[in-house]
Ligand binder design. Structure first.
Ligand code: RAM
Length: 347
C-alpha cells in the first residue's frame, strides 16, 4: 500500500516552509549571491552519492533505496558510502573522497551541524552540489536541506502520543541518537517547550544518548529504568533507539507499565506493537525522503534550481516541489502507526 504521506507530501510541500531553529546564518545561495546555477538546463546525467549518518541502519537503507530509485529514473549514477558509527566527524573522509572523485552531488544526513562543514565547503568549491537531508548542517554549508517534516510537528506528535499513553501525568525520559545530531536536538528542544507549555503534570527527568547504536541504546534503556523507578514513559526520537528500547522492554517487568513511543520504522516495531510493548509511534516515509532528496540534487546539478526560495522542481512520482525559506524543501507530515494499520506498511 502506498503510504498516505506520499499524498500528504504533495499537498503540504506547496507554500510551506520548515521551522527548524537554525536560521541564523544564510545558506550557500545567500553567500554566493544566488550564483550557483549554470544559467540553463544541463541535461547530462548526474552522479549522486548518498552519505547517511551511519551504515547498517534500516532507516537509511530505506531512504537511500528511495534515492537510488530516483537516480535510476533520472539515468544518473548512484552510490552510497558512510561510516559504521554515527560520530560527529566520521563522515569527513567520505566527503573528501567524493569531492576528489568529482561527484556531482552529495546527499548527506549530518551527525553534527558543524563538524563536517569545512569538508563540505571544500567539496562545494570543487564543484559538488551539497544537499542535506534528514539531519541538517548549518545552512551555510549546504545548497539545500530536504526536511522530512516540520520540526514542531515532529515534536508535537511525539509529545501527544506519550501524553495520551501515560494519562498526561508522570515522569518521562528521552532516549535520543548521537548527542550532536542536528535533527534530534531540534526536536528535543521543541518537545521540552511543548511539555512545559502544555503538559504541566509530565516531568522530563532525563535525556540519554544511544548514539544510533543498537547495543548502546539497549543498555541506556536498562539504565534509565534503573535510575528512575517511577518512570512512566520513554520517548525515543530515533528509529534505532526506539527499536532497541522496545526489545529491552518486551522481556522486562516494565513491559506494559512503561510506555514507549517516538519515531520508528514499521518493520522494526511490528512485533512490539503486536506483543503490547508499544501502542503507537510515528514516522514519515524514508523512501520518499531519499527519493525527493535525489531529485532535488539532480535539479541543482542541472542548474534547474539554485536553492533559492521560490525555486520549483519536479520530483518524479511525488510531483512538484517549491524551495522554501533558508533553502529548505519540506516532504510532508509525520504519520502514526499502531496495531490497526502497521501491517499495511513494509519498510
Ligand atoms: C534514526 C536517525 C535518523 C532519524 C530517524 C528518525 O534512523 O537518527 O536521523 O531521522 O532515526
Amino acid at each position: 500500500m502506498k503510504m498516505q504521506s506520499r499524498r500528504l507530501a504533495a499537498l503540504v510541500a506547496v507554500g510551506l516552509t520548515a521551522t527548524l531553529s537554525m536560521t541564523a546564518c544564510g545558506n550557500k545561495n545567500d553567500a554566493n549571491g544566488a550564483s550557483g546555477a549554470s544559467g540553463g538546463s544541463n541535461t547530462a546525467a548526474a552522479s549522486i552519492t548518498f552519505l547517511p549518518k551511519n551504515l547498517g541502519n534500516p532507516y537509511f537503507d530505506t531512504s537511500d533505496a528511495g534515492g537510488k530509485k530516483a537516480i535510476d529514473e533520472l539515468g544518473g549514477t548512484y552510490a552510497e558510502v558512510g561510516p559504521d558509527t554515527a560520530t560527529p566527524d566520521s563522515q569527513v573522509q567520505f566527503i573528501n573522497t567524493a569531492a576528489q572523485q568529482g561527484v556531482d552531488a552529495l546527499v548527506v544526513s549530518a551527525n553534527d551541524p558543524n563538524a563536517i562543514c569545512s569538508a563540505l565547503n571544500d567539496a562545494s568549491s570543487a564543484g559538488t552540489k551539497i544537499v542535506t537531508f534528514d539531519s541538517d548542517t548549518d545552512p551555510s554549508c549546504r545548497d539545500l536541506y530536504v526536511n522530512q517534516a516540520d520540526a514542531a510537528g515532529i515534536a508535537k506528535v511525539q509529545v501527544d502520543m506519550i501524553a495520551q499513553q501515560i494519562g498526561d501525568s508522570g515522569e518521562v525520559a528521552i532516549l535520543s541518537a548521537a548527542a550532536n545530531a542536528t535533527n534530534q536536538n531540534a526536536w528535543i528542544d521543541l518537545m521540552k517547550k511543548d511539555l512545559a507549555d502544555n503538559h504541566p503534570n509530565i516531568t522530563l527527568v532525563d535525556t540519554v544518548y544511544g548514539d544510533d547504536d543498537d547495543q548502546t541504546s539497549f543498555d541506556k534503556t536498562a539504565a534509565l529504568l534503573q535510575s528512575h523507578p517511577n518512570l512512566k514513559g520513554i520517548i525515543s526520537p530515533t528509529t534505532v533507539g526506539i527499536a532497541a528500547a522496545a526489545r529491552y522492554l518486551s522481556t522486562s517487568d516494565a513491559k506494559g507499565k512503561v510506555a514507549l513511543t517516538g519515531l520508528g520504522t514499521p518493520n522494526q516495531m511490528r512485533e512490539y506493537v503486536k506483543d503490547g510493548t508499544v501502542t503507537e509511534f510515528a514516522l514519515w516515509n524514508p523512501a520518499d525522503l531519499g527519493y525527493l532528496a535525489a531529485y532535488a540534487a539532480d535539479a541543482l546539478v542541472k542548474g534547474d534550481i539554485t536553492g533559492a526560495e521560490g525555486d520549483t522542481f519536479s520530483a518524479g512520482d511525488l510531483g512538484e516541489y517549491t524551495v522554501g525559506a533558508d533553502s529548505v524543501v519540506l516532504l510532508g507530515d509525520p504519520f502514526k502507526f499502531n496495531k490497526g494499520n502497521i501491517d499495511d506498511f513494509d519498510f
